[in-house]
Design a protein around this ligand. Structure first.
Ligand code: ATP
Ligand code: MG
Length: 632
């Protein structure tokens, strides 16, 4: 299948795509240009076709007699909160909410911002957007008011769907208050959110009642209850925008990755089916948040397109106890389970006793995503959770790729702990050296993809030039992933991490540039440089070098203040572990910060600093070593 998929894409993809409903057929299965010298970069799949991904997720299954199948077993933060929703119930709710959006003035092409916890209303809202051709822009519920307002304004979303709040363990997340602040920020910057729809999630359990602004805010359930039941799916072009989703923004302003109805549909459905070896009657559980791409592709679209039954979980793995995931697996006899290495590492810390409390024998496939999984965690996952029997699929992919691009297939690809192994159907990876020469055989270098695939991102929202510059300028004629990889003698890929600078804390990826610019918005901070440091639980922690303005007292209370500042600017997950005050940073003569040296110092590896002769002022290195704070 793989050989055919890369050599002969038309006969490969045609029968796969024909499993879906296309109101009008495509004229060209695929056309793309990766070479900027040959004109604008463009990617098109199933061009000329009319379809709708929401119709394919819901109506198609209900019409085929599967309306009573469970779409989601929803599980709340409290184990007593459980609900089941079938495909026909989803269809009814989505139609009503699509009518709600229309009544609020949303038309095809208008973006809708969604800032919600992991509740069924979130999936209802996203599918309702898709149904009427309105691109959704989902913003992870852990983001601060500042980050939320930036994303609302970038996409110009005049409607925001949110919730009163959510509990994560015992902690209350005051979503509506954060949303209020974000909407205020937008207003002072000249952009108005005209309607805010509020799902009542925490209700009476919340520490205070929800603030509703007259004329702007309305309750989700009230609007839904009075909306018309029927809203046929709008037939849109296969290449019309389905959603935009902001990545962590390693190069400064976050970029809105754009995916479309047709290609993304075929790609998420196919990768879901093969990577998890999905069979009807299977129960699948992905622990991601829908605010990230994993939730978009593998909680919402991929499973729904396959008419699968999924568990959707609002809570955290350690509440009320650290066996929550395993209790869920036992309760619903979960067959495939998908999580991140950071979660595996943190649960591993609680020992084997937690998983041993539960019958996990239903598990057949164990997925991993988000960062390279270290072999130690891989082996624990395989041996303790999978009872040495389940297949581990280490899925390598990106927001930009829409779905898995390098991954083992269960029962098919021999596994190696720590390797994402072989390419998915239609994916032609290559490893290049710095000069752009393709390396053969065993090699290490820049990971690129040479041919287009259906789920590839189409553009950066509102900025096609940025799309071309980010992904197609470093090496011409290939999609540049920005990650490094090493290919072994069996052709297996081992992802070595990104070639630029990004920090991953507990699975949340953050660009150092975004963190640094947030730090420097503090009035006392002159300059900042941020590097990741290894952290046993979180994977990486944050070491922030800070140069303050003259006369500022650099004491413990200033440290606390700066940590709080980052929490407010970006979110709690971005809180620095170490604030390291200094009077200077190692810079090249051209003014570029030498992060390599900062990393060495933060990692206590000053013995191997390497060549520092190109530094403008080498004396700064000793100062940094001497002023290094003790790790807490
Ligand atoms: P930005 O592009 O703004 O920096 P991001 O890259 O952090 O955002 P994502 O698209 O969620 O946002 O993350 C994709 C990245 O995660 C990949 O490029 C890769 O570095 C890493 N990654 C994901 N899965 C794996 C995996 N299985 N093995 C190794 N690395 C992985
Ligand atoms: Mg990225």
């Amino acid at each position: 299948m793989y050989e055919q998929s890369i050599n002969d894409p038309v006969p490969f993809w045609t029968p796969i795509a024909k499993q879906f409903h296309w109101e009008e057929p495509w004229t060209t299965l695929h056309a793309s240009n990766f070479d900027r010298n040959a004109g604008p970069v463009s990617i098109k799949w199933f061009d000329g076709a009319k379809t709708n991904i929401c119709y394919n997720c819901l109506d198609r299954h209900v019409l085929n007699g599967h309306g009573d199948r469970v779409a989601f077993f929803w599980f709340g933060n409290e184990p007593a909160d459980a609900r089941t929703v079938t495909y026909s119930q989803m269809l009814e709710r989505v139609q009503r909410f699509a009518n709600v959006l229309k009544a609020l003035g949303i038309k095809k092409g208008d973006t809708v911002a969604i800032y919600m916890p992991m509740i069924v209303d979130l999936v209802v809202a996203m599918l309702a957007c898709a149904r009427i051709g309105a691109p959704h822009s989902i913003i992870f519920g852990g983001f601060s008011a500042e980050a939320l307002s930036e994303r609302i304004m970038d996409a110009r979303s005049s409607v925001l769907v949110t919730a009163d709040g959510a509990f994560r363990g015992t902690k209350f997340i005051d979503l509506k208050s954060i949303a209020d602040t974000a909407m205020e920020k937008c207003k002072t910057r000249g952009f108005e959110v005209t309607h805010c729809v509020v799902s009542l999630n925490s209700g009476d359990k919340a520490p205070h009642s929800v603030n509703m602004v007259q004329g702007r805010d309305q309750f989700f359930h009230e609007l839904e209850a009075t909306a018309e039941l029927e809203c046929p799916a709008l037939w849109v072009d296969a290449e019309d925008i389905l959603f935009l989703l902001y990545t962590s923004g390693s190069t400064g302003r976050p970029k809105g990755v754009v995916h479309t109805h047709g290609g993304y549909m075929v790609w998420t459905a196919t990768t879901f089916k093969y990577t998890f070896d999905y069979h009807p009657s299977d129960v699948y559980f992905c622990t991601a948040d829908i605010g990230w791409i994993t939730g978009h592709s593998y909680i919402a679209y991929g499973p729904l397109l396959n008419c699968a039954t999924s568990v959707m979980f609002e809570g955290i793995p350690t509440y009320p106890e650290a066996d929550r995931y395993w209790a869920i697996v036992e309760k619903y006899k979960v067959n495939s389970f998908y999580t991140a290495p950071t979660a595996i590492r943190s649960l591993q810390r609680f020992g084997e006793e937690m998983p041993k409390r539960h019958d996990l024998s239903s598990l057949r496939v164990l997925g991993s995503v988000g960062e390279p999984i270290n072999p130690e965690a891989w082996i624990w996952y395989h041996d303790v959770i999978g009872n040495k029997r389940a297949s581990v699929v280490d899925t390598y992919w990106q927001t930009e790729t829409g779905g898995h691009v390098i991954t083992p297939l269960p029962g098919c690809t021999p596994m190696k702990p720590g390797s994402a192994s072989l390419p998915m159907f239609g994916i032609v990876p290559a490893i290049l050296d710095k000069a752009g020469e393709e390396l053969s055989g065993k090699a290490e270098g820049y990971l690129v993809i040479k041919q287009s695939w259906p789920g590839q991102m189409r553009t950066v929202f509102g900025n096609h030039e940025r799309f071309e510059l980010t992904y197609f300028s470093q090496f011409s004629g290939a999609y540049c992933t920005g990650d490094g990889a090493h290919r072994d003698e069996h052709g297996y890929s081992w992802i070595t991490g990104r070639t630029d600078d990004v920090i991953t804390v507990s699975g949340h990826r953050m660009g150092t540039a975004e963190l640094e610019s947030a730090m420097t918005t503090h009035p006392d901070v002159a300059e900042s440089a941020i590097v990741g440091v290894p952290h046993e639980i979180k994977g990486e922690g944050i070491h922030a070098y800070v140069i303050t303005n003259p006369g500022v007292e650099t004491d413990v209370s200033k440290e606390k203040e700066l940590k709080m500042h980052i929490r407010q600017e970006i979110g709690a997950f971005a809180t620095p572990d170490v604030i390291h005050f200094t009077s200077g940073l190692p810079k090249t003569r051209s003014g570029k910060i030498m992060r390599r040296i900062l990393r060495k110092i933060a990692h206590y590896e000053e013995d191997s600093l390497g060549d520092i002769s190109t530094l403008a002022d080498p004396s700064v290195v000793q100062e940094l070593i001497d002023s290094r704070p003790k790790l807490q």
